[in-house]
Design a protein around this ligand. Structure first.
Ligand code: APR
Length: 314
């Protein structure tokens, strides 16, 4: 990718921190921020642009006044959305964010027609599905942030349990980016040692539970969800695409028969490179794990049905 131009729509906590993380890695030539709230993208872009003075590589940071200015991007990261407020039901939130995603996606189609989209807004899997259906682009170009983040949360929990191996712990979480996610700590290695030689079933059960609640634990302390972790996972994915690294990472992607699933976006391991999803990795799951994965798929399907029943795709 010659332009290495990345658009970030939604310059809130996650979007701006992703821009900062990418700038500190020096993997983009240009990052352009857009936010519907007046001044937010402008202010954050200036601050991050000044921070790049001490980055290892130069990155141009700009802000867009209108969606039309986020043009000709190689990758567009979508983090736009609203958080759930007191009196909103899950369904209310789903419909509000889906409408935001629809308008943002239509702009991306107009102004960055060749982009790969990294979808971040929640509820993640169903928003990724919405983007997939609205664009009708090849499914390798629509990639949801799920397992990259949940996997980093799982690795953190394994490290906390063991007390060693930081930075050497594999990550593998499949399924939805929510309460039905399927962390698979038993399948990863610490260094080159299988985790099954290091941890017992009780320890794995605790790691799985704490991984699922990894986001909620941060909310408990801060009152808002985390953003360094999501930003780091976004940067990992963007870097893999821009540098064509063919990196294996779990992402929410449209399945067409893989894992026995059709027409649902859900987290599975994929290979990321210059075309986005280069390959979906088909693992063999034992019957118990396959059942958990299917329950997770069903929960996403229920949310997709809510969009259907509200005429979202009409
Ligand atoms: N176009 C552009 N930006 C928008 C739009 C829109 N149509 N609608 C909302 N936004 C912006 C908001 O103004 C806000 O600055 O999206 C930003 C969202 O930022 P935050 O509220 O700080 O939320 P954040 O923590 O960054 O999370 C963003 O990522 O991880 C997910 O669950 C999270 O869906 C949420 C998203």
């Amino acid at each position: 990718m010659t332009n290495r131009r990345v658009g970030i729509i939604g310059a809130g906590a996650v979007g701006a921190t992703a821009a900062y993380t990418l700038a500190m890695k020096g993997v983009c030539k240009e990052i352009i921020l857009f936010d519907i709230a007046d001044g937010v993208a402008q202010g954050k872009a200036i601050d991050i642009a000044q921070a790049t003075q001490y980055a290892p590589q130069p990155t141009i940071l700009t802000s867009a006044k209108t969606p039309a200015d986020v043009k000709d991007c190689d990758i567009v990261v979508i983090t736009a959305g609203v958080p759930r407020k007191g009196d909103m039901t899950r369904e209310d939130l789903l419909m509000i964010n889906a409408k935001i995603i629809k308008s943002v996606t239509q702009d991306v189609m107009k102004y960055s027609p060749n982009a790969i989209i990294v979808s971040v807004s929640n509820p993640l899997d169903v928003m990724t599905y919405a983007i997939q259906k609205i664009t009708a682009w090849e499914s390798n170009r629509i990639i949801g942030l799920a397992g990259a983040l949940d996997g980093s949360r799982m690795a953190y929990q394994i490290y906390k349990q063991l007390g060693y191996g930081a930075g050497q712990i594999g990550t593998l979480v499949i399924g939805d980016h929510g309460q039905n996610m399927v962390p698979l700590p038993q399948k990863v290695q610490v260094g080159d040692v299988p985790s099954t030689d290091l941890l017992d079933d009780e320890a794995f059960a605790g790691i799985i539970e704490r991984t699922k609640n990894g986001g909620a634990e941060i909310v408990k302390y801060l009152g808002t969800s985390g953003y360094y972790g999501p930003a780091s996972a976004i940067a990992h994915m963007v870097e893999a695409i821009l540098n064509d690294t063919q990196t294996v990472v779990s992402c929410s992607v449209l399945l067409n028969g893989e894992y026995g699933v059709n027409n649902v976006t859900v987290g599975v391991p994929v290979v990321l490179g210059k075309n986005g999803v280069e390959k979906i990795i088909q693992m063999t799951l034992d019957p118990k794990t396959q059942k958990k994965f299917q329950d997770s798929v069903d929960s996403i399907q229920e949310s997709i049905e809510i969009l259907n029943n509200n005429g979202f795709f009409d």
